[in-house]
Design a binder for this molecule. Structure first.
Ligand code: ADP
Length: 558
């Protein structure tokens, strides 16, 4: 573009210079030829005048007429002689310019353009001594005629010069533009092309600096944004008005089960369900929407919000949250509540039944004691049950109302044994404690509860003459390891996981008979999770059960 412009202006200048030069040359040439002609005519006139002075008009008659026109005029302007025309046909010449001038000054000249314009007539007049005037005239080509005569050769010359000018202009413009084309705009300050463009380069330099600064700022913000969104567990998607995904984080893809980069696709490529579509479309119509979807067996919630600018919807932000665990927890709680109601209802129904019979007077006085015993047993069950429910709820919510304290584990087990001794004696089960006094910082009531429940089960599901052995020893990772082993009935392999569920009992009627609530191992599981204790259950039906507890943290003092 630039080369073209420079080339064109150069060519134009050359053409103008050429034309002017040409015109001036023509002018000079014309002047020169004109002068020559005049000089010649002057000489001729002088010769002729000298001849006429000596021989009179006869002299003129003698010379041939091919040397141009010769006219002799008397002092009144009448034609005495003319070698090219009939003198009687010619008008009086006294008002002709050259005649008047010659009469006055001795010589005179004039020139007149003829009708054709291509030639003009030049006159030169001399006054003779007797007052007559001798005039010679000749024609000279005008400039136009000169040009038309020279036109062809001139055209060749002009053409050749134009071609040359063109070549030079092209080469020159390339040479001028070359350094500009080679400018290193990445480092504008380091160019040394032309001083004239230095301010421009400085400007580019400072602008480039500014652009780089803004770019790095934008990049930093982008990185910040992606760090934030990438660390979000919630899926985040930003779409435009045409549902094309503009931004996304990997959680979104994970939750929606999409594997690849969504690129510039519609968000509907990620999920085609009707509910999802409706939530997205509602947001794009300017309103907030939520939807719950089931994806590959997981539940997720979609929250979509419109993005407004100047009151117009520009797109939408869509948040996808995996709520599977939340729903599972809710289901568990619902189930638990239902179970609790059921578990509470059974003893209450018995209590109410016994009380009603007594009230109606159907019970003989000697049986009242037995009935009261039943009522007492059932209320005890209720109290235990409510106590267990409270414990579970507390640990579930993480709101255990106790502090950590330095605890002697050995002493804890001894205390548990003391409170279970009666039950153990009644079942004919021996209790053994092995290991030493290891101190450990923990929430003592929770740990006690765990050990109590495990030992209680060891006694309950044992055989006459069996035993429960608790061992305390330093673990492999310099922590404390504890085992509670019994020689009881054991648990079938397929039941081993389920026994930790709330209200789960292997043998419901037997458990009830011996005062189980189905919550014991559930409390153990929750308590262990609360204290960070690892639990392991090994059991062989008919041989016994062993539960291993790995207490976390380093053992400080022995
Ligand atoms: P429960 O109050 O019925 O004892 P748990 O949650 O403590 O409830 O135990 C759940 C079930 O696991 C019990 O009903 C019992 O069948 C079984 N179980 C628990 N501990 C033992 C054990 N040491 N030996 C055999 N079976 C056990």
């Amino acid at each position: 573009m630039m080369i073209k412009r420079i080339f064109r202006s150069m060519l134009l200048v050359s053409a103008i210079v050429l034309a002017l030069g040409f015109a001036m040359t023509m002018g000079i040439l014309y002047q020169y030829f004109g002068g020559e002609l005049k000089q010649q005519m002057k000489k001729e006139a002088e010769y002729l005048a000298a001849g006429v002075e000596i021989q009179g008009i006869d002299y003129l008659n003698k010379i041939s007429g091919d040397q141009g026109r010769i006219t002799l005029i008397n002092n009144d302007g009448e034609i005495l002689f003319d070698n090219t025309a009939d003198k009687s046909q010619m008008e009086n010449h006294k008002d002709r310019e050259e005649f008047i001038e010659a009469v006055e000054k001795g010589t005179g000249d004039a020139e007149r353009v003829s009708k054709t314009l291509s030639e003009k007539t030049v006159y030169y007049a001399v006054r003779l001594s007797d007052g007559q005037v001798l005039r010679v005239s000749d024609t000279q080509y005008t400039v136009l005629a000169l040009i038309s005569g020279l036109i062809q050769p001139l055209c060749y010359v002009i053409l050749a010069m134009l071609v040359l000018a063109g070549i030079f202009a092209f080469k020159l413009s390339k040479k001028i533009v070359g350094p500009i084309n080679q400018l290193d705009l990445e480092n504008p300050a380091e160019n040394k092309a032309y001083d004239e463009i230095a301010p421009l380069l400085t400007k580019i330099n400072s602008q480039q600096h500014e652009i780089r600064k803004q770019l790095s700022e934008a990049k930093r913000q982008q990185e910040e944004f992606s760090i934030i969104t990438e660390n979000m567990q919630e899926g985040l998607l930003v779409i435009d008005l045409h549902t094309v995904v503009l931004s996304w984080n990997s959680s979104a893809l994970k939750i929606l089960g999409a594997e690849e980069n969504p690129g510039k696709e519609s968000i509907f490529a990620l999920n085609r369900s009707e509910k999802f579509r409706r939530a997205v479309e509602t947001a794009l119509s300017g309103r907030h929407a939520t939807a719950e979807l089931e994806l590959n067996g997981r539940n997720c919630q979609v929250i979509s919000n419109p993005v407004l600018r100047n009151g117009h919807v520009q797109g939408a932000v869509i948040l996808v949250v995996d709520i599977t665990e939340k729903m599972q927890r809710e289901n568990l709680r619902r189930e638990f509540t239902a179970n609790v109601s059921h578990e509470l209802k059974t003893p209450l129904t018995s209590i109410s039944g016994f009380a009603e019979i007594i009230q109606d007077g159907y019970v003989k006085p000697e049986d009242v004691k037995r009935f009261a015993g039943n009522i007492f047993r059932e209320s005890q069950r209720l109290i235990t049950l409510v106590g267990d429910i409270i414990k579970i709820s507390q640990m579930d919510e993480g709101s255990v109302p106790y502090e950590k304290e330095n605890t002697d584990i050995y002493q804890v087990v001894k205390d548990v044994f003391a409170s279970l001794q009666g039950a153990a004696d009644a079942s004919g089960v021996h209790l053994y404690l092995e290991g030493g006094h290891l101190k450990y910082t923990t929430v003592k009531p929770v740990l006690t509860e765990i050990i109590y429940n495990l030992c209680d089960n060891g006694i309950k599901y044992n055989i006459q003459g069996g035993s429960v052995t608790v061992t305390i020893r330093p673990g492999e990772e310099n922590n404390i390891e504890m085992t509670i082993a019994d020689t009881g009935v054991g648990i079938q392999k397929e039941e081993q996981q389920r026994v930790f569920e709330r209200f789960y009992r292997v043998d419901k009627s037997h458990s009830k008979e011996i005062g189980g609530t189905g919550l014991g191992l559930s409390i153990v599981k929750h308590g262990a999770a609360y204290l960070g204790i690892k639990l392991k259950l090994d059991s062989t039906p008919g041989q016994g059960t062993m539960v291993t507890l790995s207490l976390p943290g380093e053992l400080k003092n022995k």
